[in-house]
Write a protein that binds this ligand. Structure first.
Ligand SMILES: *Cc1c(COP(=O)(O)O)cnc(C)c1O
Ligand SMILES: [Zn+2]
Length: 409
């Protein structure tokens, strides 16, 4: 066995436990449950992290489901920094704050992790076209990776997506369709079309192959902390792919004996789209919400579907925590993060940090712990008015005066 072999063994139903060979199958034939990829844990246990070689997302190929290296499409995703943030930690009153910053990914978001494995799987299963319904980030990412793989992509994008996201999608695919309403209004119809196999399913509802790329977040965090992962990991949640994949990654490493314990997993949502947090808090099943606009565009799913139910189940099984925040707090957090640590992240990207801030204020988390927050998006795709375009004309004297005044020297 070489270190680039995939250790994926089968797809297992998360509800009834039936298992299937590694084909393009989206749900359990017996009970319609979601499927989860399972790997050869004996090899993971035996070989340990020496299994991994190379850099970026495909460093973790042994725990990803793409058998043939020729299908492992890349734009340079993964391998993002885990940043120690002492100034912000002091401001929040926590002992140690780590930010897993996914803004440096090729299209600026965590979505590139799942797009890499989605498009690789599309190649693996012989598809010529891909499609996704997106609030903007998934659309840009799937379009870019499809182009990179020479596949057509039919991208359905939210009409209120930011201008930079729309420009990016229009640049990377010739098949961009703007839809009316929110994600929930289109996703059910689109999911039905997936059954006809006209395109490879790049949606967030069911595809286990797509989902799997986001698991590398957990592997990176563990490796970057010397296999002593943080006490707490806070993840942003729309339907919960990022949350589920990260939790599963840590669980796999725990089962393989690579890490001493699992971090406490915290799910973060925007108050305007908080179906999962609400159900968790009220100890009820998920009730889909009719939602409007939230600045956390990437989290705008009122009906998180079966992945949402899986997220809720994991939260309960793992004894996790959940919280939500409004748009004002998200925007304030965006400014704070930029000024205290120089990290300019988008509103969707900082939602988890805003939730952490609130949970700390409510004393729901112990500040003596090491807390890691997934900041999932760059701020460079945010749409906003520039502060001012009023220019000043300088001469030598007025320039020196200004510099001395501003710097107090
Ligand atoms: C899509 C997205 C998420 C999380 O969505 P999940 O479907 O719950 O994984 C988080 N952050 C950004 C920037 C996103 O685009
Ligand atoms: Zn089943």
């Amino acid at each position: 066995m070489t270190s680039t072999d995939s250790l994926a063994q089968n797809l297992t139903c998360i509800d009834c436990g039936s298992s299937y060979s590694l084909g393009y199958r989206l749900e359990c034939a017996k009970c319609q449950g979601l499927l989860e990829l399972r790997y050869d844990l004996d090899v993971l246990r035996g070989r340990g992290p020496t299994l991994f070689a190379g850099t970026g997302l495909w460093r973790y190929a042994p725990v990803l489901p793409i058998a043939d290296p020729a299908h492992r499409i890349t734009l340079g995703e993964g391998g993002t920094p885990l940043l120690d943030c002492p100034r912000l930690a002091a401001q929040l009153g926590v002992r140690r704050l780590l930010i897993k910053y996914d803004g440096p990914n090729p299209t600026g978001t965590v979505k590139d992790r799942s797009s890499a494995t989605a498009i690789a799987a599309a190649l693996q299963f012989g598809f010529h076209a891909t499609s996704v319904v997106s609030s903007g980030n998934a659309g840009s990412s799937i379009a870019a990776y499809s182009a990179r793989a020479g596949l057509r992509s039919l991208i359905f994008a939210y009409q209120r997506a930011s201008a930079p996201k729309l420009l990016h999608m229009a640049a990377t695919t010739s098949d961009l369709v703007i839809y009316q309403g929110v994600y929930d209004d289109l996703i059910t119809h689109w999911d039905r079309l997936v059954e006809e196999r006209l395109f490879f399913d790049c949606g967030a509802s069911r595809n286990a192959y797509k989902h799997e790329g986001k698991k590398t977040l957990a592997y990176e965090i563990a490796e970057q902390t010397g296999w002593q992962p943080p006490d707490v990991v806070v993840a942003p949640v729309a339907v919960g792919e990022t949350f589920i994949a990260t939790a599963r990654g840590f669980r796999e490493m725990r089962e393989a004996g690579w890490i001493p314990r699992l971090p406490l997993m915290v799910a973060a949502q925007a108050t305007g789209a908080n179906a999962i947090v609400r159900a968790f808090r009220e100890r009820r099943p998920i009730t889909p919400l009719k939602i409007g606009y939230t600045v956390a565009e990437g989290l705008a799913a009122g009906n998180p579907g079966r992945k949402g139910e899986w997220t809720l189940r994991l939260l309960r099984e793992l004894g996790g925590l959940a919280g939500d925040v409004g748009d004002e707090e998200i925007l304030a957090t965006q400014r704070t993060l930029a000024r205290t640590e120089g990290i300019w992240a988008g509103p969707t990207g900082v939602a988890a940090l805003a939730v952490l801030t609130r949970l700390l204020a409510q004393r729901q988390l112990d500040p003596a712990q090491t807390i890691c927050v997934i900041v999932s998006e760059t701020g460079l795709k945010t749409e906003a008015e520039p502060p001012s375009r009023q220019g000043v004309a300088f001469d030598a004297e007025s320039l020196e005066k200004l510099v001395r005044e501003r710097l107090g020297v």
